[in-house]
Design a protein around this ligand. Structure first.
Ligand code: IMP
Ligand code: MG
Length: 186
């Protein structure tokens, strides 16, 4: 496959989830969330920067309920491996006490990010807290994580596109592609 010009490395392996498949799944998740929160007056979509931005902005338009959005920025990654230490770089602004919160991330890998942020948010006494992720790599989990709304489960590939990056590149690809890190290091 020819490397698209908006990704500067020569090691995009292959498209694993098409734009059409993402679009269809996001619509389904939006419907499900709309139904589940039909009685909620205070629904907050809380995205983790920066990877969840593309997913969150598409998903929110499929939720036919009043919503608020907010963001937190966390980091734990060196290019492609979690360090296990999840650092909160910037916090959300909304006081979530009494809110129905959906924590949104791009992908669950080791699970450390979701576990750490979930614990922190629970301390802040939301009315409810659920987890939504576009992608999950179950083979990579190091801790037990429950994902309430999941886009797709994938094998242990490193992926870019639709918000996900490798070294900050590739977020603007409209589909999900697996990259071969060994090829890139040659
Ligand atoms: P965890 O804490 O190991 O579950 O990692 C979650 C975070 O790692 C995600 O929010 C992503 O930012 C990043 N990440 C994990 N796997 C990938 C991948 O395949 N592509 C891009 N980012 C990834
Ligand atoms: Mg992330």
């Amino acid at each position: 496959m020819e490397t698209p010009r908006h990704f500067p490395y020569g090691f995009i392996d292959r498209e694993i989830i098409s734009q059409a498949a993402i679009d269809a799944r996001v619509k389904e998740l939006g419907k499900e969330i709309t139904q589940d929160y039909k009685d909620s007056e205070r629904l907050l979509l809380l995205g983790l920067l920066r990877g969840s931005v593309v997913f969150l902005t598409d998903l929110m338009r499929e939720i036919k309920r009043p919503i608020t959005m907010d963001f937190m920025s966390v980091s734990s990654y060196n290019k492609s491996e979690s360090s296990g230490f999840v650092r909160i770089d910037s916090d959300h602004k909304t006081n979530i006490r009494g809110w129905d919160v959906i924590l949104i991330d791009d992908i669950v890998d080791s699970g450390y990010t979701i576990r750490t942020v979930r614990k922190l948010l629970l301390d802040r006494e939301p009315r409810s807290l659920k987890v939504c992720a576009l992608l999950d790599k179950p083979e990579r989990h190091k801790v037990d994580i429950h994902i309430d709304y999941l886009g797709f489960s994938i094998p242990d590939y490193f992926v870019v596109g639709y918000g996900l990056d490798y070294d900050e590149k590739g977020r603007n690809l409209p589909y999900i592609a697996a990259i071969d890190l060994q090829k890139g290091e040659e």
